[in-house]
Design a protein around this ligand. Sequence first.
Ligand SMILES: [Zn+2]
Length: 135
Amino acid sequence: MRFNFRPQSHWRFKRFRYRTEVLRCASCGTVNVTPRPVCRRCRSRNLLREELPERGRLVAFTVVKSPTEEHKELAPYIVGLVEFEDGTRVVTQITDSDPEELRTGMTVERVVRKITHDGDSGIIVYGFKFRPLVS
Ligand SMILES: [Zn+2]
């Protein structure tokens, strides 16, 4: 994932930053979590907006200690594979938790969090992450 937005594109993609919509490919079913004109898997342009479910199941996770340059300030952070009831899977950041608290199979819930900070424009980009279910 790469975020290098100028203010103009930021506003164009606002829906994706502040809300929790993804683009599901009508051709192959792949969920595209970042705004894009074509499906990342099959290059289809037939993409449908879809709201992500609020809860899912943590299938796998890993701690990223050496991220790419643009995510350096976030390190270390947790990346997880989350599966929803319909079998859809997304790779997403897991927040508000330590790796020791996480178990595969546990229920996670969607939250909106700061994703990155664009140093040039001063814009803080928000988007969805998941965290262990707080009951
Ligand atoms: Zn596709």
